[in-house]
Design a protein around this ligand. Structure first.
Ligand code: HEC
Length: 119
């Protein structure tokens, strides 16, 4: 009996958790414009909050877009080239997406995670 109770608690917890994540994910394409493309092509790896998840960072060398130091050290042109040609475990998007979309993804989406600390 005790087991059933704890299983149902875990089940309800999981349902709530996945609902919470989904509602956050929907909010992303609601931003409109290029975010629909990020949602479709990039979110599965780089995640809604751009941090690439701990597992992605540890295993796939995924950058954390919310890391100010990382943002400060990478130029737009480098990021655009990486997304176009692919890098490491990331596929290239040249030909799959329009050039303007790749530029927009970097300048709008990736850079939106840049949150410098205000002094
Ligand atoms: C299959 C998972 C995957 C998908 C899908 C993916 N990425 Fe990546 N991305 C990665 C990984 C892994 C890296 C780290 C590559 C490395 O440095 O080895 C990366 C790196 C990057 C970088 C940093 C490149 C650099 O020069 O350091 C940017 C910017 C980026 N991705 C943007 C995007 C955008 C925009 C999309 C959607 C069009 C996208 N990614 C889709 C896995 C993915």
């Amino acid at each position: 009996m005790k087991k059933i109770v704890s299983f149902s608690i875990i089940f309800v917890f999981c349902v709530l958790l996945s609902y919470g994540c989904n509602s956050k994910q929907q909010a992303l394409s609601e931003r409109g414009g290029i975010w629909a493309v990020y949602d479709r092509e990039c979110r599965k790896c780089h995640k809604v909050n751009g941090n690439g998840s701990i597992v992605g960072r540890l295993i796939y060398k995924m950058p954390n877009f919310t890391n100010t130091k990382w943002q400060d050290n990478v130029s737009d042109s480098r990021l655009i080239i990486s997304v176009a040609n692919g890098k490491g475990k990331m596929p290239g998007y040249k030909g799959k997406l329009k050039d303007e979309e790749i530029v927009d993804l970097v300048k709008t989406c990736v850079r939106s995670y840049y949150q410098p600390q205000e002094q």
